[in-house]
Structures are given as structure tokens and as C-alpha cells.
Design a protein around this ligand. Structure first.
Ligand code: PXL
Length: 315
């Protein structure tokens, strides 16, 4: 082939790639998640995390609040709480009338075990065959139920895990849901595999267990895709004490990125970065723990990482 036409061919290929890339970007429809979770006015968790984090992931976040609290229920006293059960179905039905479509439905903290039935009804109302259902069974940590919760909340969450494609329990919740006795840190691989196997019987296809202390000084997340048996993990240095809202940060980012089309390792790596850096900032800044972690100043770096993931998909 003459040199001239080889260059010309290369030129056309480059132009084609450029146009294709621009088109993919333009055609990437904004995805939408319905976040079903509480609003704790102070103490950064649940919806006050889901809204900014899902938005920063490039996904629209619509909210169905399960309860309105003055603060979260850990390390605060005399908090106020209004159960919003009476509104939840009404909101979903209104959205159905409007014809709103949802690419994901992500549920978390419930005001009562009975709300699990409402969440299930909301899934019936809003989901179609392409909607990713994610359940974050927010009910316990460090081997104990959150204030006001007991085994009946665990039974309620089991029914939601059965409907979910993705579940994101911490290691305490994984133990409670699976019926495998909770093991204090360090938790060896064999124990974690036992949890995965028992949770698999509930029906989800992707299980992300957070807060796993596999060895001294290390803590992290292990995700198993039961469709192909593959696992991936993100470990970080262990920082002593409790960090509030970090499960919500992970569940929100991981869900949004999956809904947007990231692979599991990509979603885990970006959500793990947001989590680790937010914890690190709070740890170094010595922020009072109960007010939640400093995720806000990490969002720019997280957004850059998310952009890298999706711009590489355009080629
Ligand atoms: O981040 C979990 C969470 C969510 N919502 C409420 C909570 C907690 C944990 O304590 O109390 C109200």
C-alpha cells in the first residue's frame, strides 16, 4: 500500500475513534437511583451521605426517607425520631404516576422491621427488569445491634436480601444474617468464606462484606461475585475506634458506580478510595467521631477517579 494511503487510513481511523468517543459520552444517559434510607439531620450518615456521594458518582439520587431523626443513634442521646412509613408508598406511587424510571433502588436504615414490607412493595412499584436492587442491611456493628434493634430487624432484612442483586453488610451484619456466630477481629479467610457461603443461600448475586479485619493493622472490604465465583478486595490501615457513616459511603458509591456500568473491581477501587481517604482525613484531623467522617474534601479526588473509569470506557 502506498505510504500516502496508509497515512490516510490512519487519519480516518483516528477521526472515527474521536467521533465515537464523543458519541459515547453524549449518549451516556444520566442514571437514576431511588435511595430508601433515613435522614439523620446531624452526624453524616444515610441520606445525608447518599445524596452527595451518589451525585458525585454521576448518578441522580431520588429519596424515599424512612424516618427523620435529629442525629444518628450512636454516641448521641435524646435524639428525636419520626417514622415516615405513612409516606413511603405514597411517594413511590406518585413517582409511578409520573412515569419515572429507576436504574437502581438502594435501601438502608429502616425505622422498624415492618418497613421491610414497604420497601418490598416499593420495589414492586418502581423496578423494571433492568433495575439493580441493592440492600444495605444497616442494623448492627461491632457484634451488636444498633439502639432499638433486635433479631426481628435481622429477619426483616433477610426478606430484602432475598430480593436484592447486591448486598453490602458489614461483618457483624453478615454474621447476624447468615446465622454464623459473630467472630471478633481478626477474622480469617476461612471464616469470611463461611459467611459468603451462608449469605449466598439468601439469594443475592454480589456480596460485599465491609469492616473485615483479616490480620493485625489491616481492615477492608471483600466482594464476591457469586455468578463466577470471583472475589476482589480493598484493604487499608486500621484506625482505632468507630467511624460513623462509612458503611453508607461505601454502599452509596459502590451502588452508584455499578448502576453506571462500572465493573465490580472498578466500583470497589473507587468506593474504597473515597472511604479510606475520608477516614484518614478524620483520623488525622481528630474530628469528633460522632459527627461523621470528612468525606466532603475527598470528593474532588473521588470524582477524578470516577471520570477516569468512565472516560476509559469510551474507547
Ligand atoms: O450509618 C448507619 C446509621 C444510619 N442511620 C441511623 C443510625 C445509623 C448508625 O448508627 O443510627 C439513624
Amino acid at each position: 500500500m502506498p505510504v500516502f494511503s496508509a497515512y490516510r487510513l490512519l487519519f480516518y481511523i483516528l477521526i472515527y475513534k474521536l467521533i465515537y468517543q464523543v458519541e459515547v459520552k453524549i449518549l451516556e444517559r444520566l442514571k437514576r437511583i431511588a435511595a430508601i434510607n433515613d435522614i439523620s439531620g446531624l452526624g453524616k450518615c444515610s441520606l445525608t451521605i447518599a445524596l452527595p456521594v451518589i451525585s458525585a458518582s454521576g448518578v441522580e439520587c431520588s429519596c424515599i426517607p424512612t424516618a427523620l431523626l435529629s442525629t444518628h443513634t450512636g454516641e448521641f442521646q435524646n435524639w428525636t425520631k419520626v417514622d415516615l412509613s405513612s409516606q413511603m408508598l405514597k411517594i413511590a406511587e406518585h413517582w409511578r404516576e409520573i412515569g419515572a424510571k429507576f436504574d437502581g433502588i438502594c435501601s438502608g436504615y429502616l425505622a422498624s422491621p415492618a418497613q421491610a414490607n414497604l420497601v418490598s412493595e416499593i420495589i414492586d412499584i418502581l423496578a423494571d427488569e433492568n433495575t439493580l436492587i441493592i440492600t444495605d442491611p444497616t442494623m448492627a456493628d461491632n457484634g451488636e445491634y444498633y439502639t432499638g434493634f433486635d433479631n426481628s430487624m435481622c429477619e426483616a432484612f433477610k426478606t430484602l436480601c432475598k430480593r436484592a442483586m447486591v448486598i453490602t453488610p458489614n461483618i457483624t451484619e453478615a454474621a447476624f444474617l447468615s446465622g454464623v456466630p459473630y467472630k471478633k477481629p481478626p477474622q480469617d479467610r476461612e471464616y469470611v468464606e463461611e459467611l459468603f457461603a451462608a449469605l449466598a443461600t439468601l439469594g443475592p448475586k454480589i456480596i460485599a462484606i465491609t469492616g473485615i479485619h483479616t490480620k493485625n493493622e489491616e481492615v477492608g472490604i471483600i466482594v464476591k461475585d457469586l455468578r463466577n465465583g470471583k472475589s476482589c478486595e480493598e484493604m487499608r490501615p486500621q484506625r482505632g475506634g468507630v467511624f460513623y457513616g462509612v458503611g453508607d459511603i461505601f454502599a452509596s458509591a459502590f451502588s452508584a458506580l455499578l448502576v453506571r456500568g462500572a465493573t465490580i473491581p472498578e466500583a470497589l477501587s473507587a468506593s474504597g478510595l473515597l472511604l479510606e481517604k475520608s477516614i484518614e482525613k478524620s483520623y488525622l484531623g481528630d474530628t469528633p467521631r460522632r459527627f461523621g467522617v470528612e468525606f466532603e474534601t475527598v470528593l474532588p479526588e473521588y470524582i477524578r477517579k470516577v471520570e477516569d473509569i468512565f472516560s476509559s470506557k469510551a474507547f
